[in-house]
Design a protein around this ligand. Structure first.
Ligand SMILES: Cc1cc2nc3c(=O)[nH]c(=O)nc-3n(C[C@H](O)[C@H](O)[C@H](O)COP(=O)(O)OP(=O)(O)OC[C@H]3O[C@@H](n4cnc5c(N)ncnc54)[C@H](O)[C@@H]3O)c2cc1C
Ligand code: FES
Length: 305
């Protein structure tokens, strides 16, 4: 059988290293464990659209698997041997210690190669990296999750978190937009989110396709459908950078404080741990100071969006 070669250094596992969990929000992430690579096998692949697939990964070593922890909003460096590494948001529940899910869009060299692998293939991960959404601080308030296109991928982990702690939150609304209906991801989970978890899901597409009976327009049009007290609401906004300004300015006009709006920034990354400077915006490292930022900080970060 072809031997799989990993670039990521393998190290002896030290249980004490695992004791430090992921960082608290608004604190630069602790990077002490992130140099370690974990070998994983791909246990399931779901084709979501022509451009996106959901990969289910299982850390092969049972001890590493049971000790691996992350917080909603964090990302991994995913290595496909022979091709390279890419930063990808963790898209599954952080209470699931058996599997990790990554929703990946075919974009270039590594992600296109990932689209050719099959179940049983081996990959490696480093991480988790970066800051997370302040889920504990949000408790007791309403939450508004707003996603455009692939932005639903990083938004899934906080959504799972809310599902699992549903009684801690007030109204939970998800506004999700895509260019066309066939690009809406995770449609098979919509009913579960709405019916079991009392989440109000609102979808919209820019352009209808045959059979679409839902709304057509821009994501901000969906604000007409919700009536919540914005002063008692936190928002998580994930999507293309152009969406941040439009959506967050809208939320600002509706009265939501900017330090209660959270966005996840994407930059080219190499090390993921504050060493290579590849991801810097001014003096800010997107990989360790972010990727999750409150909108107030991002607004004051030159060229961030
Ligand atoms: C914190 C973080 C989380 C991410 N989460 C996800 C995710 O959950 N799912 C997902 O599909 N993608 C995610 N991405 C984007 C993903 O990392 C890139 O699509 C990937 O690195 C492209 O690698 P490639 O080798 O396939 O493409 P390349 O051949 O390197 O590049 C192909 C094209 O993609 C652009 N590109 C490459 N990297 C990035 C980037 N980081 N941001 C924006 N454009 C880029 C290039 O400019 C080029 O136009 C995330 C990025 C970051 C920084
Ligand atoms: S990716 Fe290397 S410093 Fe951020």
């Amino acid at each position: 059988m072809h031997e799989v070669r990993f670039v990521i250094p393998r190290q002896e596992i030290n249980r004490e290293d695992f004791a430090s969990s992921a960082p608290d929000f608004n604190r630069r992430s602790e990077v002490m464990n992130t140099d370690r690579g974990f070998k994983c096998s791909i246990t399931n692949i779901v084709r979501l659209t022509g451009q996106e697939k959901l990969f289910q990964l299982r850390i092969i070593d049972p001890t590493e698997r049971s000790l691996f922890r992350f917080k909603p909003g964090q990302f991994l460096m995913l290595e496909l041997p022979g091709y390279g590494e890419v930063p990808i948001s963790i898209s599954s529940s952080n209470s699931n210690h058996e599997f990790l899910e990554l929703c990946i869009r075919k974009a270039g060299h590594v992600t296109t190669a990932l689209f050719t692998i099959e179940e049983g293939a081996q990959v490696a991960i480093r991480g988790p990296f970066g800051s997370s959404f302040p889920m504990d601080e949000m408790a007791g308030s309403n939450v508004l999750l707003i996603a455009g296109g692939l932005g639903i991928a990083p938004l899934r982990a906080p959504l799972f978190w809310i599902n699992e702690h549903r009684d801690r939150f007030g109204d939970v609304n998800v506004l999700y937009g895509a260019k066309v209906p066939s690009q809406l991801l995770f449609t098979y989970q919509f009913d579960e989110w709405k019916m079991i978890n009392h989440i109000n899901l609102h979808t919209i597409v820019e352009r209808a396709e045959e059979g679409w009976t839902g709304r057509t327009g821009m994501i901000t049009d969906l604000f007409e459908d919700i009536s919540i007290d914005m002063k008692k609401t936190w928002a998580i906004v994930c999507g293309p950078p152009v969406m941040f300004k439009v959506v967050c300015s809208h939320l600002d006009r509706l009265g939501m404080p900017m330090n209660r709006m959270f966005v996840s920034l994407e930059r080219r990354m190499h090390c993921g741990m504050g060493k290579c400077c590849r991801c810097m915006v001014g003096s800010t490292f997107t990989c360790v100071d972010g990727p999750v930022f409150d909108y107030w900080s991002v607004m004051n970060l030159k060229e961030a969006i």
